[in-house]
Design a protein around this ligand. Sequence first.
Ligand SMILES: Cc1cc2nc3c(=O)[nH]c(=O)nc-3n(C[C@H](O)[C@H](O)[C@H](O)COP(=O)(O)OP(=O)(O)OC[C@H]3O[C@@H](n4cnc5c(N)ncnc54)[C@H](O)[C@@H]3O)c2cc1C
Length: 357
Amino acid sequence: MRGLISAAARADGSAANFGEWIDKTFGRGIGDIFLRPYNTKIWACPPEDMNCTWIGDRVALTDLARVVRNIRDVHDDVSWGPNSRFRFPKTGGTGAVWKRLAALVERRMPRRMHFQHPAARVDTAAHRVTFADGTSLTYRHLISTMPLDALVERSDLASAYREDASRLRHSSTHIVGVGLHGQAPASIAGKSWMYYPEDSCPFYRLTHFSQYSPANVPDSSRQWSLIAEVSEAPEKPRDVAAVIAGTIDGLVATQLIDSRAQVHHTWHQRFGHGYPIPSLERDAALNVLLPAFEQRGVYSRGRFGAWKYEVANQDHSLAQGVEVIDALLDGAEEVTLHRPEIVNARRPARPQAVERG
Ligand SMILES: Cc1cc2nc3c(=O)[nH]c(=O)nc-3n(C[C@H](O)[C@H](O)[C@H](O)COP(=O)(O)OP(=O)(O)OC[C@H]3O[C@@H](n4cnc5c(N)ncnc54)[C@H](O)[C@@H]3O)c2cc1C
């Protein structure tokens, strides 16, 4: 509270980086206890290396009066944030949304989607994509969602723009699914996900996946499940077996389970490109790379295509695809990509230093 009060008194809306933003917006208390350790864990990089434009064009100031009121009234204020309410498929997990959409596209335009068909080379001069199996096609406009650094590397622009692409930073993410015997502890009943700034566990976030839908476990009267996320800096690779073992130990250390015997099984996947880091150099690199490709008819969009964390969730990524097509057909503005502050302002405006996704 003391930190919040002194931060509010000194607030001038300026911050040179994310670390400074944390100190100026929340003060030392919440910064030291939660925001600094949590954000260092999730991004696998110091907050001082990150910009703070992704949080919102204007630096949102803490609503001190509301905090004081809530503490006085012992009121747990869970109604704020863009995702305090969300919808989720009853069966099939997140992928069910996209499978339904794909089925719709297939019905309207049969046999236009090709999977497991990686693009190996993009010749922007000849407007030609060559695939790993040796087949190729030409295009007038190409919308690419592969990571922008991979697009540069696969293109005829690699030697000209490799250095700019090397200024884009990312983290990698290990996802560990844990199937558990029994019932979730009362401490997390009704909770969808939890953040972990502490050192006693490797994960920065746990998703209480069986809480999303009883269909996410075979028998919800006897089983529950969690998804743990563990970040990795490219320069510090993690051992997969250690990530899984550390996750289970972390569940014991954070008192979510009593012993390893409660674990039915685990599942693991590593995403090389996990989070697009809004680093200090990011915007300068993007301002060179995106226009260079667009001048040659290639539109790089999506989570790592456009590399903008502030508009990199699923809804944002889909909107980027829709809007670039509208821009090509009708000259419409790509609001999501170019004016994140507008699309994000449609969500409740509060400081979002721990955005989900
Ligand atoms: C740990 C984690 C948690 C998340 N949680 C949430 C959440 O709660 N809510 C939310 O909305 N979003 C969440 N997200 C973000 C969500 O996953 C992304 O917004 C979404 O996947 C972005 O879609 P995209 O199509 O831009 O990119 P991707 O889903 O990454 O798709 C890019 C595609 O390009 C393909 N590709 C790459 N290279 C080539 C090539 N050479 N040739 C052909 N294809 C290629 C890849 O295989 C991939 O399928 C989370 C992400 C992570 C990592």
